[in-house]
Design a binder for this molecule. Structure first.
Ligand code: C2E
Ligand code: CA
Ligand code: CA
Length: 777
C-alpha cells in the first residue's frame, strides 16, 4: 500500500506548482505551452497509475470499475501525448480531429467506472439514482446552455461534427458529475472518501471541458489556464483510487438505512437554481404560458419537498427501530451481533482482547406476574439505566432478549472483569417499582478472548459467556462467573424456575434471598424424648423466618419458594451451620445431644453434600453420629440407586440417616429393607389415629416391631397427648417427639432445658419437666 499521505502531499505540491506556473505565465507563451502539455501528461499518468494500483487490489465490481477508469485515463493520456507531439511539430490544434478520440474514451471509461461502482447498490436505489441523475443533468444542462453552450452552438453552427464534439464533452461531464455526486451523498459514512475525490475530480475536469468548448468557440487564446482544472481533476481521480486501497478500519459496519438529508434534496437544488437563472432569460419569448409552467413546477417542487421531509422522518423512525430496542433504547441483538463480529475482526487483526458479558435476571417472570407487565417494563428500563451507568461509554450495551442484556468490552480483560463485578454490585440496591422496593438478582457470565483458550469466532465467545451465565444461574449466588477452559454447556443442571403466582411472591423471593444470605433466618429445635426416661435424647433443627413485616414465618410458608428457586442448598447450609454451632457449644458445656437436620430429598444426591457434612462436623470436632439427616420418605423413589449409595456413604462416615414422615405418603415397608437407615420417623398422620382406630394401631405396632427387628430406631412424631405417648411406650417405641413433650424452641430455651435436665440428674418424673417446658412456651 503506497503511503497515501506522502503521495497526496507530492501530488498537491505538483498541482500547486503547475497552477502557479500557468497563472503567472512564467517564461512566456512558448514555455507555457510545454508546461501545459507535459504537465497534463504527468498528471494523467499519475491518475492512470493510481487507478491501475486500485484495480489490481480491488475485488469484484470495484476491480472492473478501476480497470475502466485506468483504460479511460490511459486513453486521455494517449491523446495528450499525440497532441503534445503535434504541438511540438506544428502550431496548429485542429478541432475536432481524430486526436480527440482518447479524450472521448476517457469519458466512456469514467462513465463505465461509475456504472460498476453503482452496480453494487440495490436495484431500486439504482433506478432512483438514474432518475435523479436525469433531473439534475437536465437542470444543469439548461443552466449550461443559457450560460455557455448556446454560444458554442451558434458559433459552430456550420459544422455539425464540431457542434457534436464541442457539446458532448460538457454534457457527458454533467451526467458523470451528477451520478458521482448522487453516489457520494447516498454512500454510508466511512465509505465516502473515494467517491468524494472522484466527484471532485470529475467536476474539475467538466469545468475545464466546458470552458475549453467555450473558449475555443469564441477563439480566446487563454485556454492554458484551463489545464489547471484538468491537472487537479486527475490528481483527485488518482487520490480517489488510492483511498480505495486503504484497509477499512473502525466504525460500525451496519449502515443506516436512512438516506442522508442531502441526497433527498440534492436533485431539486439544480432544478431550482436553473429555474431561477433561466426564467429571466426566457420569459420574454414565451410570456404567460412560461410563467404558468414555471409556477406549476415550483408548486410541484414545494409539495415534493414536504412529502420527502415526511418520508425521511418516517424512515428515520423505522431505521431507529431496526437498531434500537424500543423499550430501553439500548442497542438490539442485531446491532450487538454486528459489533461483536467487528470486535472479533479487530481482535484477529490487532490482537485486541474482547470480553463479552451476558446477564439474565433471575425470576423476572415473577415480576410480571406479581406486578403486571407495565411494572415489568419499568423494571427493565431501570435495569438498562443502571447497566448503562456501570459500563464504560466505549462498551456496547445491548438488550438481547426479554430480561437478558449483554455487553461487549474491548481491551484489558481485568478491567472487563472489574466492570462485571460492578454490574453485579449494581443490583445490590433495590429497584423502586410502583412505590415498592424490589430486589432483583442477576446471573452474570463473562467470557474473554484472553482466557488462554483460542477463541475462533464471535459466536464461540458469546457461547462461552452463556455457559458462564448458566453456571452463575445454577449457583444462584448472584456473583459473576468467568468462563474458564473446560467449562462445558449442560454440565450444570439449571435451577428450577419459579412458578409462584401469589401477589408479592417476587418480592418475597427477593427478601428470602437476602434473608438466606444475610443471616435473616433462624433455627429452632424440637427435642426428641426417650419415652422410658423422659430425657431429651436428640434435637431436630427446624427453620424459621422472622420476617420484618409478616411476622414469624414457618417452613410451609416459604419452603415451596426455596425449592422452586433452587435455594435449598443455601438453606441447608444455614441450618447445618446453626445446628452444629449450637451442638458444639452445648457439647462443650457438657450438655450436648445429637442434632438432626432436614434435607430436601432431591438434594441428597448433591455430590458435595456428604463432604460438606463431614467437613462441618470435623471443623467443630463433633462425632459424626451426632448428626442425623432426615429425608422425607415420599421423595426417595425418584432416584433409588443413587439415593441408596448416598445413604451408604453417609452411614459409612458415621452420619445417621432417618426416613422422615414415614406413613404420610406412599408408605411401603420395603423402604425399610431397601434403604440402609438408622431411624424411621413415623408421621403424625400415622401416629394420631392409634388411640381411636384399631387397624392403625395394629399397623403402627407392627411397623415399630419391624423397625426394631431391622435394627432401625423408630421415632414417633407429632405426639400431642400423654395417652398416645403411653400407647407408644407400650408398643415398644422408645423415642417420641411432639407438642406433648415440647414444641420447637429457640436455642437459648433449649440450652436452659438441657442444663436443667443435667442438674436434675434425670431422676425427676417426666411430668415435672414437661410442665417446665410448658411454662417456658
Ligand atoms: P418435619 O420434618 O416433619 O418437622 C416436624 C414438623 O411437625 C414441624 O413443623 C413441627 O413444628 C411440627 N410438629 C412437631 N410436633 C408436632 C405436634 O405435636 N403436632 C403437630 N401438629 N405438629 C407438630 P414445621 O417446623 O412447621 O416444619 C414443617 C416441615 O418443614 C418439616 O416437617 C420439614 O419437612 C420441613 N422443614 C423444616 N425445617 C426444615 C429445614 O431446615 N430444611 C428442610 N429441608 N425442611 C425443613
Ligand atoms: Ca424432620
Ligand atoms: Ca416429619
Amino acid at each position: 500500500m503506497p503511503n497515501l499521505r506522502g503521495v497526496a502531499a507530492g501530488a498537491a505540491i505538483g498541482g500547486a506548482a503547475f497552477s502557479v506556473w500557468l497563472l503567472t505565465d512564467w517564461g512566456g507563451h512558448a514555455v507555457i505551452r510545454w508546461v501545459d502539455d507535459l504537465g497534463l501528461v504527468v498528471f494523467s499518468s499519475f491518475a492512470a497509475l493510481c487507478a491501475a494500483t486500485a484495480a489490481s487490489r480491488a475485488q469484484g465490481k470495484d476491480r472492473l470499475a478501476w480497470w475502466a477508469m485506468t483504460a479511460g485515463v490511459a486513453a486521455w493520456l494517449a491523446s495528450q501525448l499525440i497532441r503534445t507531439y503535434i504541438h511540438f511539430t506544428s502550431d496548429s490544434h485542429p478541432f475536432p480531429s481524430w486526436v480527440d478520440t482518447g479524450y472521448v474514451l476517457f469519458l466512456a471509461g469514467a462513465g463505465l467506472c461509475l456504472v460498476f461502482l453503482l452496480s453494487t447498490t440495490p436495484p431500486q436505489t439504482q433506478v432512483r439514482m438514474l432518475l435523479d441523475g436525469v433531473i439534475i443533468g437536465a437542470a444543469l444542462f439548461g443552466l449550461a446552455w443559457v450560460t455557455v453552450l448556446q454560444t458554442v452552438h451558434s458559433v459552430r453552427a456550420g459544422n455539425p461534427a464540431a457542434v457534436a464534439m464541442a457539446l458532448s464533452y460538457p454534457i457527458v461531464d454533467i451526467a458523470l458529475i451528477t451520478v458521482a455526486v448522487l453516489m457520494l451523498v447516498r454512500a454510508p459514512a466511512g465509505g465516502r472518501a473515494h467517491l468524494a475525490w472522484l466527484a471532485g475530480g470529475l467536476t474539475l475536469i467538466a469545468l475545464s471541458d466546458t470552458s475549453y468548448a467555450y473558449l475555443t468557440a469564441v477563439d480566446d487564446q487563454h485556454f492554458h489556464v484551463i489545464a489547471i482544472g484538468w491537472a487537479w481533476g486527475f490528481v483527485c481521480i488518482g487520490l480517489a483510487a488510492l483511498v480505495t486501497c486503504r484497509p477499512a478500519v473502525g466504525g460500525v459496519t451496519r449502515a443506516s438505512s436512512v438516506p442522508p438529508r442531502l441526497s433527498v434534496w440534492l436533485p431539486y437544488l439544480p432544478v431550482v437554481l436553473s429555474a431561477l437563472l433561466c426564467t429571466p432569460m426566457l420569459v420574454d419569448g414565451l410570456g404567460p404560458v412560461f410563467v404558468a409552467a414555471a409556477v406549476t413546477v415550483i408548486a410541484v417542487l414545494i409539495r415534493q419537498f414536504l412529502v420527502l421531509g415526511e418520508n425521511r422522518r418516517l424512515l428515520a423512525e423505522v431505521a431507529d427501530r431496526a437498531v434500537h430496542d424500543p423499550l430501553t433504547g439500548l442497542a438490539n441483538r442485531a446491532v450487538f451481533s454486528d459489533r461483536l463480529a467487528h470486535a472479533m475482526a479487530l481482535h484477529d487483526r490487532h490482537a485486541l482482547d474482547v470480553s463479552v458479558l451476558v446477564l439474565d435476571l433471575d425470576d423476572f417472570r415473577l415480576v410480571n406476574e406479581s406486578f403486571g407487565h407495565r411494572a415489568g417494563d419499568m423494571v427493565l428500563v431501570r435495569v438498562a439505566e443502571r447497566l448503562a451507568g456501570t459500563v464504560r461509554a466505549s462498551d456496547t450495551l445491548a438488550r438481547v432478549g426479554g430480561d437478558a442484556f449483554a455487553v461487549i468490552m474491548m481491551g484489558d480483560p481485568a478491567a472487563a472483569r472489574d466492570i462485571g463485578e460492578d454490574v453485579v454490585e449494581a443490583f445490590d440496591r433495590p429497584f423502586l417499582v410502583d412505590g415498592q422496593e424490589l430486589r432483583l438478582r442477576p446471573g452474570v457470565g463473562l467470557a474473554t478472548t484472553a482466557s488462554g483458550q483460542r477463541c475462533p469466532s464471535a459466536d464461540e465467545l458469546y457461547k462461552r459467556a452463556e455457559v458462564a451465565l448458566e453456571a452463575a444461574k445454577h449457583a444462584r449466588t448472584g456473583r459473576l462467573v468467568v468462563h474458564t477452559p473446560g467449562m462445558e454447556p449442560g454440565q450444570l443442571v439449571p435451577a428450577p424456575t419459579g412458578c409462584d403466582t401469589g401477589v408479592g411472591s417476587a418480592q418475597l423471593l427477593a427478601e428470602l434471598r437476602s434473608a438466606i444470605e444475610q443471616g435473616g433466618l433462624s433455627v429452632v429445635y424440637q427435642p426428641k424424648f426417650d419415652l422410658a426416661t423422659d430425657e431429651i435424647v436428640g434435637l431436630e433443627a427446624l427453620i424459621r423466618w422472622p420476617h420484618p413485616r409478616r411476622g414469624l414465618l414457618g417452613p410451609d410458608q416459604f419452603l415451596p419458594l426455596v425449592r422452586r428457586h433452587g435455594l435449598m442448598r443455601s438453606l441447608t447450609s444455614v441450618v447445618l451451620t446453626a445446628a452444629l454451632d449450637d451442638a458444639a457449644r452445648w457439647h462443650a458445656l457438657g450438655i450436648g445431644v445429637p442434632v438432626a437436620i432436614n434435607v430436601f430429598a432431591p438434594a441428597i444426591t448433591d455430590p458435595h453434600l456428604c463432604d460438606q457434612l463431614t467437613a462441618a462436623l470435623d471443623e467443630r470436632a463433633l462425632p459424626p453420629d451426632w448428626l442425623t439427616v432426615e429425608i422425607t420418605e415420599d421423595l426417595l423413589l425418584d432416584n433409588l440407586g443413587k439415593t441408596r449409595t448416598v445413604f451408604e456413604t453417609l452411614r459409612a462416615k458415621g452420619i445417621r440417616v432417618a426416613i422422615d414422615d414415614f406413613g404420610s405418603g406412599y408408605s411401603a415397608l420395603w423402604y425399610l429393607r431397601e434403604f440402609p437407615v438408622d431411624e424411621v420417623k413415623l408421621d403424625r398422620e400415622f401416629i394420631a389415629p392409634i388411640l381411636t382406630h384399631p387397624a392403625s394401631a395394629a399397623i403402627a405396632r407392627a411397623v415399630i416391631g419391624l423397625a426394631h427387628s431391622l435394627g432401625i430406631t423408630p421415632v414417633a412424631e407429632g405426639v400431642e397427648n400423654a395417652e398416645t405417648a403411653a400407647r407408644l411406650r407400650e408398643y415398644g417405641c422408645r423415642i417420641a417427639q411432639g407438642f406433648h413433650f415440647s414444641a420447637p424452641l429457640p436455642a437459648p430455651a433449649i440450652q436452659d432445658l438441657l442444663l436443667r435436665q443435667q442438674s436434675v440428674d434425670g431422676q425427676e418424673p417426666a411430668g415435672t419437666r414437661r410442665s417446665e417446658i410448658e411454662l417456658m412456651q
